[in-house]
Write a protein that binds this ligand. Structure first.
Ligand SMILES: NC(=O)c1ccc[n+]([C@@H]2O[C@H](COP(=O)([O-])OP(=O)(O)OC[C@H]3O[C@@H](n4cnc5c(N)ncnc54)[C@H](O)[C@@H]3O)[C@@H](O)[C@H]2O)c1
Length: 252
């Protein structure tokens, strides 16, 4: 399927930016980029090839903010047929130390869930509530970025992050089941060790790349490739899946 309007959230980040650049380079769609980082977002928008792309500062954990995005799209007569949720937070302690369960305050737990899980819920809910999808005349795709940490218990990320990312996989499956009859396919991707800002902030001193069977860290572009595939006609019979993008770091 060809998408006219694609929303990429977390577009100022490593993986979101790579998705936006890849789609802008290879496709003819109009991109709607969003992130809380207004400066980063403006930089990404400016760098993209092609015309008609837009960016919006959105806090995905805030219902009003997410609603505001879709209201503005609707007021422009735009209905998105694809959504790639690439935002996330992964708090670390001082010096990049891991925050263990006993050091996890309820505030931290809630903050991580508010963005990583509730953010995915709010973005998917608003996306699926668009008139064109509700009326069943716009086949659509959702890709949510989870994490290998949710599958293997994580080594480096904090328990709140791991649990919040497991919720993303489960919510995606629930959407896949409920909305298949409306022509909506929903999948998650589970990146392993990807060399972005998020990875670097908690990077341990040892050589983690040597623990990845393919012998290197992943690049944001590696994840963007999988997301582009899941949005493409080639993935028309895939839904409810969690696609590993981890260089063999974790094998099912
Ligand atoms: N880098 C890795 O090793 C790795 C591994 C597994 C999963 N992931 C997941 O990949 C996704 C992208 O991460 P990344 O590596 O590109 O990290 P990143 O930190 O470079 O990008 C994350 C982006 O999310 C945005 N964001 C944070 N809170 C937001 C909010 N409330 N509203 C809107 N945007 C918000 C940030 O501003 C940032 O631009 C995340 O879901 C992350 O959990 C990353």
């Amino acid at each position: 399927m060809k998408h006219d309007v694609v929303i990429v959230s977390g577009a100022a980040g490593g993986i979101g930016r790579a998705v936006a650049e890849r789609l802008a380079r290879k496709q003819t769609c109009q991109l709607v980029l969003c992130d809380v980082d207004s400066q980063g977002l403006a930089g990404v928008l400016e760098s993209l090839p092609g015309a008609g792309h837009q960016s919006f500062v959105v806090d995905v954990g805030c219902e009003d903010s997410v609603r505001g995005l879709f209201d503005r799209l609707e007021s422009q007569g735009l209905q998105a047929s694809a959504l790639a949720n690439c935002f996330g937070i992964s708090p670390v302690g001082e010096n990049g130390d891991r925050i263990g369960l006993e050091q996890t305050s309820v505030d931290l737990w809630n903050r991580v869930f508010q963005v990583n899980s509730t953010g995915v819920f709010l973005m998917c809910q608003a996306f699926l509530s668009q008139r064109a999808i509700r009326d069943n005349n716009l086949p659509a795709r959702i890709v949510n970025v989870s994490s290998a940490a949710a599958q293997l218990g994580g080594y480096r990320s904090c328990p709140a992050y791991i649990a919040s990312k497991a919720a993303v996989i489960a919510l995606t499956k629930s959407i896949a089941r409920d909305y298949a009859e409306y022509g909506v396919l929903a999948n998650s991707v589970c990146p392993g060790l990807i060399d972005t800002q998020m990875f670097r902030q908690g990077c341990p001193s040892d050589n983690v790349a040597s623990r990845v069977p393919v012998g290197r860290l992943g690049e944001a572009e590696d994840v963007a490739g999988a997301i582009e595939f899941l949005l493409s006609p080639a993935a028309s019979y895939i839904t409810g899946a969690s696609i590993d993008v981890n260089g063999g770091y974790r094998m099912a």
